[in-house]
Design a protein around this ligand. Sequence first.
Ligand SMILES: *[C@@H]1O[C@H](CO)[C@@H](O)[C@H](O)[C@H]1NC(C)=O
Ligand SMILES: *[C@@H]1O[C@H](CO)[C@@H](O)[C@H](O)[C@H]1NC(C)=O
Ligand SMILES: *[C@@H]1O[C@H](CO)[C@@H](O)[C@H](O)[C@H]1NC(C)=O
Ligand SMILES: *[C@@H]1O[C@H](CO)[C@@H](O)[C@H](O)[C@H]1NC(C)=O
Ligand SMILES: *[C@@H]1O[C@H](CO)[C@@H](O)[C@H](O)[C@H]1NC(C)=O
Ligand SMILES: *[C@@H]1O[C@H](CO)[C@@H](O)[C@H](O)[C@H]1NC(C)=O
Length: 437
Amino acid sequence: MKMLVVLLLLLSLGNAIKLGGEDDDRPCDSKLQLKPRPHSVSILEFGAVGDGKTLNTLAFQNAIFYLKSFADKGGAQLYVPPGRWLTGSFNLTSHLTLFLEKGAVILGSLDPSHWGILEPLPSYGRGIELPGRRYRSLIYGYLLHDVVITGDNGTINGQGSVWWDWFNSRTLNYSRPHLVEIVASKDVVVSNLTFVNSPAYNIHPVYCSDVHIHNISVSAPPESPYTVGIVPDSSDSVCIEDCSVGMGYDAIVFKSGWDEYGIAYGRPTTNVHIRRVQLQSSSGSALAFGSEMSGGISTVLVEHVHLYNSLSGIQFRTTKGRGGYIRDIIISDVKMEDIGVAFGASGQFGSHPDDNFDPNALPVLDHITLQDVIGTNITMAGKFTGIQESPSLPFVCRISPCQSIPVLLPIVGYVHMFLVLPTCFLIHTLNGKAVAL
Ligand SMILES: *[C@@H]1O[C@H](CO)[C@@H](O)[C@H](O)[C@H]1NC(C)=O
Ligand SMILES: *[C@@H]1O[C@H](CO)[C@@H](O)[C@H](O)[C@H]1NC(C)=O
Ligand SMILES: *[C@@H]1O[C@H](CO)[C@@H](O)[C@H](O)[C@H]1NC(C)=O
Ligand SMILES: *[C@@H]1O[C@H](CO)[C@@H](O)[C@H](O)[C@H]1NC(C)=O
Ligand SMILES: *[C@@H]1O[C@H](CO)[C@@H](O)[C@H](O)[C@H]1NC(C)=O
Ligand SMILES: *[C@@H]1O[C@H](CO)[C@@H](O)[C@H](O)[C@H]1NC(C)=O
């Protein structure tokens, strides 16, 4: 068994070298150059009123429709001056910069009929919270190229508490909307803004390539049900850096579709780089993978992260019927403070979209490396639950120098201890329970 541990460790080191190489094109290392747009209009020119009461959906829609004509002339900027700009959902267009000045606040309408309804994403087959269709996000993009949502720390406020109440009282008619959802698009930048109180997710790039999320702050209160920060979903070449995210549920979570729908759609989340982020999750995990991961999640590098005041630090979630994989993940230079469970992996997490999932579609977790982690006030170091039918759930935790520890997890009751010990463990599932060998 020791041999196996060493072998897996070497495989995982090989990956570390590949991902960490200098000549590599890690998404955050490619220099982000925002070209100034040759044309700019203010939302005021389209009759918008920033009193927090007037509904400005048409002003946003008309302004963006007008700016479409500049797409082949270097693109254009829609400028939002200081004020409180109430709006329903509106669609972005290609080669557009939405710029929120300091003091500009976009407010999501409290009337669900202002948000519009969309078909479900094909990789999910239905809304996440309710079967059928779902609300469109406040700021929505479909099939775009070169779109930038930025500003001088303007704010996008979803006014989500009405949605949280409807969710809690089960009076929603469709799954809740997000603040920003960009679908099937390329070259997407979200930067220099503050996002608060989303009805559900804040930033949801799905089926996208080349996404750069930089220097944003995202928050929702602890009691907000299942509010989520940033969700790279069936997307590739994603950089998330210098962000601070504090949510009711997960702060950053990787996804790639749900059971048979995600397997059929077959688009993984891959080549993701996250660095210098501060993450907090009141009732979920600061950093999470899954549980919807049926298209696969691979080649992820997370470094220099601070996880604090969270129920869980890092969680890998899946279940029977998901298929897919989570592999080639490196998480390094992690500081954890005041965390319930530092690391978790569960093979029995989440529900199914419907009864048509394939119970034989077993997910695979492979080549997962956690290194250089320090923690203070950690209640439980690890909690691992496997899948009974799955022969193994290989998992490598590397804190050099490595030494195998023959313990049953969870390790309960350590405070200040965690990973001060040099530890390395390989998790196998035995009769549905995980053991470290
Ligand atoms: C916004 O995009 C959605 C989905 O593509 C579409 O159904 C809707 O009609 C668009 N709205 C406007 C105002 O263009
Ligand atoms: C981050 O955004 C703030 C405003 O929110 C700005 O003052 C600061 O310069 C930005 N930092 C970087 C590195 O872009
Ligand atoms: C950005 O705006 C938010 C909300 O208005 C504020 O709390 C925060 O201090 C601002 N950040 C910077 C760097 O100015
Ligand atoms: C759901 O639909 C019912 C019937 O149309 C309506 O009365 C109710 O306000 C809707 N709920 C929400 C949260 O939109
Ligand atoms: C963010 O704001 C800073 C300070 O204004 C600016 O230098 C930088 O280019 C902006 N970055 C992005 C990606 O918008
Ligand atoms: C330890 O962390 C928990 C959260 O897991 C927190 O509630 C508690 O206040 C922290 N204790 C100290 C002494 O900071």
